[in-house]
Design a protein around this ligand. Sequence first.
Ligand code: ADP
Ligand code: MG
Ligand code: MG
Length: 891
Amino acid sequence: MVTKKVYPFEDGNAEMKMLLGGKGANLAEMTRLGLPIPCGFTITTEACRAYYASGCIMPEELLQEIGQALTRIEEAQAAGFGDEQQPLLVSVRSGSVASMPGMMDTILNLGLNDATVLGLAARTGNEAFAYDCYRRFIQMFGDVVLGIDSIHFERLLEQNKRKYARASDQEITAEEFKELISNYKRLVEDRTGQSFPQNVHSQLKLAVEAVFRSWNNVRAKVYRKAYGIPDEQGTAVNIQAMVFGNLGNDSGTGVLFTRNPSTGVKELYGEYLLNAQGEDVVAGVRTPKDIAELHKEQPQVHEHLEELALLLEGHYRDMQDIEFTVEKGVLYLLQTRSGKRTAQASVKIAADLVEEGIIDQKEAIRRIEPAHLDQLLHRSIDYSMSPVPIARGLPASPGAASGRIALDSDTAEHWAKNGGKVILVTAETSLDDIHGIIAAEGVLTSRGGMTSHAAVVTRGMGTPCVCGCETLSINEELRSATIGGLTFQEGEEISLDASLGQVFRGSLSLNEPEITPELLKLLEYADTIRSLQIYSNADTPADAGKAREFGAEGIGLCRTEHMFFAGSRLPIVQAMILADSLEERQLHLDRLLPMQQSDFEAMFQSMDGLPVTIRLLDPPLHEFLPNLEQLKEREQQLALSPGTGEELEQVSNTIKKVYSLREVNPMLGLRGVRLGILYPEIYDMQVEAIFKAAERSLHKGVKVRPEIMIPLVGHPNELKQMRELVDNIAGQVMCGEFKGFSYKVGTMIEVPRAALLADSIAKYADFFSFGTNDLTQMTFGYSRDDAESGFMNTYMEQKVLNDNPFQVLDQDGVGKLIEWAVTQGRAVKPFLKTGICGEHGGERASILFCHEIGLDYVSCSPYRVPFARIAAAQAALNADMNRQRLDAEVV
Ligand code: ADP
Ligand code: MG
Ligand code: MG
C-alpha cells in the first residue's frame, strides 16, 4: 500500500499532530474552519522517517506528490512556480510534533530567481519590494540550506547601507538591492564553489531536505534528550504560498496572544511591524508597536484580528499564540498554538475559561502544572533586575527569602526578636537549632542533602532552605562566611531563591505568594473532584491554624515530643526521665499534665470539629537528656573546688543515669510503643491530658474528634495493651454527668512487620496511618541521615535508584507493603480509616499512588495543603481516564 506523504491543508486537522506536526495540524484545522490561511500543504513526519530509513535520499514518489500538491497551490493562487510573469513564491517551514527550538529556520520567498524576480516586480509594480524579497531569500537559503552564517550576509547589507547612507532597510532602493544581491551571490559562490541555484524545483528539494536533516542537528538532539522527545519521531515540513507584509505601509506582520501571557488578563496582547516580513518582529531590528496601535492605524484589520482571536480561543478552548501577516490591508493567519504563560497567568486563564463556559472545572484542574502551583504558593525573587547568583546548592525547601546572615541559632533568634530579618547560615542544623530555624526567614547550609535535618524541618515549616551549598565556608573566629568566593561578615545581607537553590548577595525584592481569587476557585473545584481527604501535619496550634486556613480537613499527625522540647518544660521532662522511683516520676508527670492539656485544648480549638490525630511520645528518651559532655565538664570543675560535695554527687549520679539510659542503636531502641509499655505512666499522662482537654473544649462549645495514635507498633500485642491503656483512661475521665465524646485509637504503620500482620493489628485499631518516613527507612534498611550524607548520591547517579525514596514514595516496595496492609486491614474492618503522614503526603506522584490504592487521606505540611488538594483532584481525574481507557479496551 502506498501511503500518502503529502497532505494539502484541506485534508488535515488538529488531531493529526503526530503525522503533520503541531504547526501543520493547526494550519489544516484553521483551513477547515474557513479562516484566511495562505494555501499550502504538509509533508508528513512519516516522510521524514522514510527519508532517514532510505539513507537520506529523496524518493521520486515524494517529489511527485510534492509536485501535485504544488499544482493545487498554483491553481488557487493563479500563479506558477517558476513562472516568469506570475511567479508563485512559497515558504518552507519545519514543524515537529512537539514545539522544538533548534530545528531549521523558516525559508521565505522560495521560488525567486533572476527571472521570476522581474515578474514579481512587474506584477506588484514595486521593484524595491521584489528585490527585497530576493535578497531575503538568498540570505535565508544561504544560511539554513547552504550553511553560510547569516552574519556574512548581514555584513554585506551593512556595507551597502553605509555606502548609500541608508539609516533603515526601508530606504534602500531597487538599484541598491540589485547591487547587494550580486554581492550575496558572489558570497555564495566563494563559500560553496557553486552559483546560487536558479532552478526553483531544486531550490524546493534542497530546502525540504534541509528541514529533514535539521531534525538531527546537534541543537535539536540536545533539546530532544532534555525533554524526552523520541529521536525517531521525525519532523514535518510545511510548504505554503507567501503573503507579503513588506508591500508598503498598509502591510505588516506580527504576533498576538489572545490573553496577556504574564497576567492572564483577557486582552489582546502582542506586537506588530508595518512593512515587514517574517521574523522582523522578533529579530529586534526595528522596535515593534503594541497591538493596540493597530486599532488606530488599521481599525478594520484590528477588528478582524479580535474576531479571529475570539474564534480560535473558543475553538481550541485555550489561550492562543497567533502569528499573522497583513498584505495590503488583508489579514492572514500563519500559525496558532496554545500560548506559553506564567504561573499566575495559567491559573487565572484556567479559572476564567471556566467562568466563560469555555472549559469545565475538570479540564481546568487537569491543566494545572505542578511546577506552576509550586511557584505560586511560595515567595519568589523578583528577577526584573536580572540578579546574578553567587552560589548554588540544593533546592531543599522552596520559596525565597532575604535577610542578614546569622551564623548560629541564638544569634538568629536574638536578631529576629529585635525585628530583624535573618538568614541562618551554618554548616548543618540539628535538633538544637529549632529556635534559630523558626526565627529565620531562610536557611543556608553547606552540608546535607534534600532530606537532611534542615531540609525536613524547613519544608515542614514552609521556610525556604538551600542545603549542601558546597562553596559556603564559615569562619567562626572572624564571624564571617565565604559564599561562592565572596566573604560576608555576620550581619551582612544575602538573598535565597530556594526554589532554584541559588544564593544572591544583598537584599533582593521578593514577590509575595498569593492565593488569588482565581486560585481559590480552582481549589474549590478540586475539592469537588477529589475523593482523597487532605489532612495536615501540625505540632502547634499556630500550624494547625495555618493548615485550616489552607483547607486541611484534619490533623493527620501531631507530634507530642515537640511539646516536650518547649523551653521551660525541658527541665521538668528531664527530671521526669531521671526520676529514681515511680512516685517521683509521677510527681513530674503531674506537673507536665496541665501543660500538655492546654496544648491539646488549643489544637482542638483551632480544628473545631475536625479530626486531630495525636501521636503519643515517640523518640528515644535520651534525646531529652542533658548533654553528657557538659555534665562531665561540670563534674571536673566541682571535683577541683572544695566544699561542693553534694552537688558533685548529684552530677555524678546524673552522669551514671545518662549512661544507663544510653543505647547502642537508639533509633531501634526504646522508642514509641516500647516506651509506653515500659513506662505506661507517661502515656497515661498524655492520654489523660488529651481527654481532659477534649472535655474542657466540649464545655466551651468546641467540637472535638481526638484520634490517638500509637507509634512504632510491630506486634499486635503491643497495640492491644496500649488500647486497653487508652480505654481505661477514657473510662476514668468520662464519668458522671458528662456524656463523653467519641474517640479513635489507631496506630502508625511504620515497621514492616506491622504492615505484614495488618489483619491482626487491625483488630485493635480504628485507623492506620502510614508513617512513610520510618517505613521507608526500615523497608530499605537505610538510616535516612546516613543515606543522605553518604551513598544516596552515588545510588542516584548510577541509577541504582531512580528517585530518592525519602522524597518520592517507593511504590514497588514500600507501596506494596502499604497496599497489602490496607487490604488486610479492611478485610478485618471494612471501614478502617487509612492515610499517610510522611513527607510523601505532599509529593505529587505519591499522592497519585495513595489515591490509586484507595487511602482515605494524605497528611502533609500546612503549606503543601493547597498543592495536595489539586494533586488529589488530578489523581481522581487520572484514575477516571484510565478506567475509561480500560473499559474501551474491554469493549
Ligand atoms: P517558527 O517555527 O520559528 O515560528 P514559522 O514557520 O512560524 O517559524 O515562520 C516564521 C515566520 O515566517 C512566521 O511567523 C511568518 O511571519 C513568516 N512566514 C512563514 N510562512 C509565511 C508565508 N507563507 N507568508 C508570509 N510569511 C510567512
Ligand atoms: Mg512561528
Ligand atoms: Mg516514625
